[in-house]
Ligand binder design. Structure first.
Ligand code: XMP
Length: 317
């Protein structure tokens, strides 16, 4: 009979047998999977685990410092790496979604590799891969067709010459959450919506500039915060905002404006493979739209995405 506690017990034991006194490095993303993997390994091997959390400049507003703080409170040995400038300068001028993903994946590997090799004698790379990740990379990336290069850091183990350990690779998301709860992972991380590896880069359609990242962070913050304070956050599987590559005409006082349009997206799903748009209350949408337009300079129009997956996808790129 599977229970989170028994899973923790058996996995900790088998990790101890497998890893002995070896050093392990793990990349934290702020998401639930990598966090649970880190806590499990921490329980098994303690200070022989080093975690690396990279700020790629494409995270949500205040996410890097907030999450880094929580990890340190949990007692994890974690190194925060500020690589914002590096990512943003490499993304300069790139507009193609796949090119953006590949650039981010490559830079991540380069940054991570440098940090990981500062750890003496590191032998293992731990990853928070879960069961659906494995299924999805098989079905999505067939031999002749690649829909999206989702698993952005697939090349990491080969490049690093490390052995790979994936303690969650037989679990589904809900099981990962239950294991996380049994390891006392904070609720804010436990219930966090999924967030794509390339982050806001694939929600800024067209070219990414530091100004556009900052603008989207503000709008996204208002939307996500609004969902939380209205008690809607936990009933939504994933939510975010897309910054559109169009300017639209508006009016403010006696002036005509010509500014950005943003699209809000909120979906229900169980695994991200299919999804429905969430019927958020009109009142909520009205308030959020007003708040965004009143508070964020440079946005004069808000739309709500009412497409389901399939045939649309959750992200716009
Ligand atoms: P789509 O847009 O394909 O998204 O319906 C399904 C889920 O996958 C996430 N997603 C990504 N995650 N790297 C990731 O790590 C990516 O390149 C990527 N693209 C989409 C998306 O946020 C949703 O949860």
């Amino acid at each position: 009979n599977w229970t989170p506690d028994s899973f923790v017990d058996t996995t900790v034991k088998s990790l101890q047998e497998k890893l002995g006194n070896d050093k392990v490095v793990l990349g934290l993303s702020g998401g639930v999977d990598s966090s649970v993997a880190a806590l499990l390994l921490h329980r098994a091997i303690g200070k022989n685990l080093t975690c690396i959390f990279v700020d790629n400049g494409l995270l949500r507003k205040d996410e890097f410092t907030g999450v880094l703080d929580s990890y340190q409170h949990m007692g994890l040995n974690v190194i925060g790496v500020d690589a914002r400038d590096r990512f943003l300068s490499e993304l300069k001028g790139k507009t193609d979604p796949e090119e953006k993903r590949k650039t981010i994946g490559r830079v991540f590997i380069e940054v991570f590799d440098v940090e990981a090799h500062k750890i003496q004698d590191v032998k293992w790379l731990a990853q928070g891969t879960i069961y659906p990740d494995i299924i999805e990379s098989v079905s999505v990336n067939g031999p002749s067709v690649t829909i999206k290069s989702h698993h952005n850091v697939g090349g990491l183990p080969e490049k690093m010459h490390l052995k790979v350990v994936e303690p969650l690779n037989l679990l589904f998301k809900d099981e990962v959450r239950r294991v996380g709860r049994s390891l006392n992972l904070e609720e804010t991380i436990l219930n966090r919506h999924p967030f794509p590896g390339p982050g806001l880069a694939i929600r800024i359609l067209g070219e990414i500039t530091p100004e556009r990242v900052a603008l989207l962070q503000e709008v996204d913050h208002i939307f996500i915060n609004g969902l939380k304070t209205s008690g809607l956050y936990d009933s939504v599987w994933q939510a975010g905002v897309i910054l559109l590559p169009v300017q639209t005409v508006g009016v403010m006082g006696d002036e005509r404006t010509y500014e950005n349009a943003v699209a809000l997206r909120a979906v229900s799903s169980t695994d991200g493979m299919t999804a429905d748009w969430v019927h958020l209350p009109y009142e909520f949408l009205a308030n959020i739209s007003n708040e965004i337009i009143n508070k964020v300079r440079g946005v004069n129009r808000v739309v709500y995405d009412i497409s389901s997956k399939p045939p649309a996808t959750i992200e716009w790129e």
